[in-house]
Every structure is written in structure tokens, then in C-alpha cells.
Ligand binder design. Sequence first.
Ligand code: IPD
Length: 297
Amino acid sequence: MADINLQAIHDEMVLVAYEAGRTILSANPADIGTGTKLNSVDIVTEVDQAVEKMVSSRLKAAYPDFSFMGEETYKPGTKIGPEPTFIVDPIDGTTNFVHSFPNACISLGLALHRKPVIGIIYNPYQDLLFTAIKSHGAYMTRIKGSAPQKLPLAASPRPLAGLSNALVAVEWGSSRDGPNYDLKTDVFKKLAATRETGGAMVHSLRSLGSAALNIAAVAAGQMDAYWEGGCWAWDVCAGWCILEEAGGIMVSGNPGEWNPAVDERVYLAVRGAPAGQRELVEEFWGVIGDRKMDYSV
Ligand code: IPD
């Protein structure tokens, strides 16, 4: 186990991602069975389940000693251990998928000692692939077979100049009441509001509908930050590796924690920049104040 070949695993994961992409594209969301999990906006489809089955059987066959955690087969309470663990969301952006809104992806991560070391994100609608291996950089491939572009896309990324110059991704998530929801919507409002009224007046807020694609956009330098509470390790593991390899950082979405766990469930991703990363995190945490999102139950 000590000398695992990350490049070979990455190559296999890319093949699996392309196969998943073909299955996603071949499905007509109007004809597929959908169900719900926690509530009416926490959606699962037959395609999510079929893709996860294909991914888990391919990866388990190739790497029988590795653990596997997938969104659709997750058993509540399962912990991620130090052993190599595939952490997989077969379709991240299921709501987009069921609405035929072409922004969904497969998110395939590998964690080692609970840290993301490989990230593969593939949006088949745009034939857009993001990949990274720990210490080997992050890449984006626009069309299969074309030359990968190194991330971030800008050769000299601009310094971060505070929230008032930032484009920030946020998500509504599936919990729509209670203290976490109140805190989130409060923060959305404060991020957008004018400085005169106590807000941060960010350039704007975006919700791509997929945690993985939000993080990939931050890694690429197309957005400055992404904040969410309530998502899971499979939503962030792959993107996290890509983000870090592109010079970005992942900290907790709750103030004060600079080194969150992969299954922390509250995250703030900030793009790579020659200056201003820590300041942006601190300013963001200041908007949240002394409150914390809590997804422990
Ligand atoms: C969801 C998406 C969404 C985010 C949720 C995730 P799913 O994943 O990433 O953008 O807000 O927290 O659970 O259900 O589409 O796999």
C-alpha cells in the first residue's frame, strides 16, 4: 500500500469518468425514475444509482484493497479511514440533471490518510474535465483529446482584493429551515448588500448547482470563492485536490478552522492568488460572525 501509483489510479479514474459521462448523456431525464431522500429537494435518480454501481464495480475490481464511499450507497455514520478511499458522487448536480440544465458532473476523489490526493471532475454536457494529482498540478481539458490547460487558467492570477471585488459561489442546499438555513440566507444577504448597510457588496453571487463544479470554477480562477454548509465529502473531495493543486485553499465554512477535515460538511474554497487569500477568508468569516453551521445531527 505504501507505494501506490497515483498516476495509474488517476488514469483509470479518468476512463471511469468518461464512461459515467456517456451514461449521463444517454439518459433522458424525462423518462427516468426519480426519488427523494431527506425531503422533496434531495433528489436521487436511477441514473445516479446506475453510475455509482458501474464506478464502484470498476474501481473495486481494479483496486480491491481500497475503501469506497459513494453518495448513493453511503451508510450514515460511516467514517473515512486513513486507508486509500475512493470518495464518489456519481452525479453531482442531480437537480440540474433532472431539469435538463446542462451543469452536472461526476466527481471522483481519492483520499489517503483522509486527505484528497486525486481529483477527477467531468461535466459531460460541456465535455469538460478537471483533474489533479497531489503535488503534480491541476488541469482542465475542454474537449476529450485536446491539450490539457494548467490551472489556474491565468498565467499570473490577480491578487485577491477583498469581498467587494469578488465573485462568490454559494448554494441553497437541501435543508430549507432551521438555524443553518437562517444563517446561510443571512450571510447571502450580507454578502450582497451595500457597504452603507453593513454588507460586503460582492460583485455577485452564483449557484452552479454542483459543489464540485463550483470548486472547479474557483480552482480555474473563474470565481474567487465558494461557501457552503451541508454538502458531503463526495461533493468536495475531488474538487479539493484540484483546488489545492491550482494554488487555492480550502478552509472551514465556519470561522476559525484553517484545516478542516474532508468530511467537515462546511467549507470555504478560495482561489489561488499571489496575495489576499488569508485576508479574504478572514473577511468572509467576519461576515458570518460568531455563528456556526452545525450538521452534526
Ligand atoms: C448537491 C449539489 C449542490 C449542493 C448540495 C449537494 P447532489 O449534490 O452539489 O450544489 O448544494 O449540497 O448535496 O445531490 O447533486 O449530488
